[in-house]
Design a protein around this ligand. Structure first.
Ligand code: ATP
Ligand code: MG
Length: 362
């Protein structure tokens, strides 16, 4: 694929806030965005040239979408496999099917990471309550049960904390779907590596943020003076190298994120991978020469990557549900950048926007 010329169209599967921020970067490069999302009020559609409002399984709509785009990417990885295959047969799809299929299923993903020699939290594959009971004991009696597919923001998960668990109840709690049971890791911090890889295989890595979750949802991501945990240069390098290894194995084009636990021994265990721009990389918009959205657009457009260097220290805080009602106090702080996603309904647990506090790098 040749580098896209200004005026060309990039299709994005999914029209949430990630698609919206991708569209805003693309517009700066003179590239048009075509959003494919079943929701009429998709946040990205507001800032995109075109919106196909159709189901991810609508073959005719997918065919017209592919015709209208020079390349297709995604902000949402749970698009059905048949739809992805249809698209991949009709238009360049970046990242490709390998990235999508591997990360759609937690078990496939863990097996893939282990084959690469990367460390994941101890786990077992689960197909019913009996397997839960056996594995829970074997994994040390404090575990997290997660559906293999379709989990996000801590949904499709349940924690099992005691020795005498009700395995039937746990199985029902996650919808009686194929699952994995993971040992609960007593981590000292959570960090993530966000990298971008271009069509020629060149990769750049962002600085590694420290991520804090609240109620299973990312609350803050911080770098530099705002981080309570010191990510050493050695840990940074290990995290970035693991992410690049994953990207190379998947022949990934675009941004890829790897979430890690830092153990009490100071080692890294991979929690999960996301084959896309990520909430823990939103601070790059305000603290880096080129942000994760810029570099994703550049990569899928066949352009060279931009420098990821960080010029500022930053802490990004998600505005979840009613948090967004505190807007006036954030707006009153001159060191705080505000990013709102244009979502009309405030709902509990819904990501409405984020703010980034920035200071010159120390
Ligand atoms: P997201 O889409 O926000 O990344 P998700 O639904 O894919 O979330 P995970 O990343 O698997 O969920 O888990 C969410 C959070 O729950 C983790 O970031 C971590 O804080 C906690 N968690 C999950 N699994 C474990 C584990 N095995 N040990 C300790 N904490 C865990
Ligand atoms: Mg996660």
């Amino acid at each position: 694929m040749n580098a896209l010329q200004p005026g060309s169209t990039i299709g994005i599967l999914g029209g949430g806030q990630l698609g919206r921020m991708l569209a805003m970067s693309a517009a700066r490069y003179g590239l048009k965005i075509h959003i494919f999302d079943p929701a009429k009020d998709a946040p990205a559609a507001e800032v995109a040239a075109t919106h196909t409002c159709a189901s991810y399984t609508d073959g005719n709509a997918l065919a017209s979408f592919a015709k209208a785009c020079q390349v297709v990417t995604f902000e949402f990885e749970n698009v059905p496999k048949a739809s992805l295959e249809q698209l991949a047969g009709a238009v360049p799809l970046h990242p490709g099917l390998a990235s999508l299929e591997t990360s759609q299923d937690r078990l496939t993903e863990k097996q893939f990471l282990e084959r690469l020699g990367l460390n994941v939290a101890p786990y077992a594959a689960i197909d019913g309550p009996d397997a839960i009971e056996r594995a829970h004991t074997a994994l040390g009696g404090d575990t997290v049960l997660k559906t293999r597919r379709l989990g996000y923001d801590g949904k499709g998960q349940t924690r099992l904390q005691t020795a005498d668990i009700d395995a039937h109840q746990a199985w029902q709690a996650i919808g009686a779907a194929p699952a994995v049971l993971e040992a609960r890791i007593a981590f000292v911090a959570e960090v993530s590596a966000i990298i971008a890889r271009d069509i020629d295989g060149n990769a750049v890595a962002y600085d590694v943020p420290v991520n804090i979750h609240k109620d299973g949802i990312l609350d803050t991501s911080s770098v530099g003076q705002f981080s309570a945990f010191n990510v050493t240069p050695d840990l940074t390098r290990q995290a970035q190298e693991a992410a690049v290894k994953v990207a190379v194995a998947l022949e990934h084009v675009g941004v890829l994120t790897v979430e890690f636990f830092v153990t009490e021994q100071g080692t890294l265990l991979i929690n999960e991978i996301a084959p896309r721009v990520h909430n823990s990389g939103h601070w790059t918009m305000d603290a880096c020469l080129h942000d994760q959205f810029d570099n994703h657009i550049r990569a899928v457009a066949g352009w060279p990557l931009g420098a990821p260097e960080r010029h500022s220290d930053a802490v990004m805080t998600n505005l979840v549900g009613p948090d967004v009602e505190e807007l006036a106090s954030h707006a009153a702080r001159p060191d705080t950048q505000i990013h709102l996603y244009g979502k009309a309904d405030v709902r509990k647990g819904r990501k409405m926007g984020h703010i980034t506090r920035i200071a010159p790098r120390t």
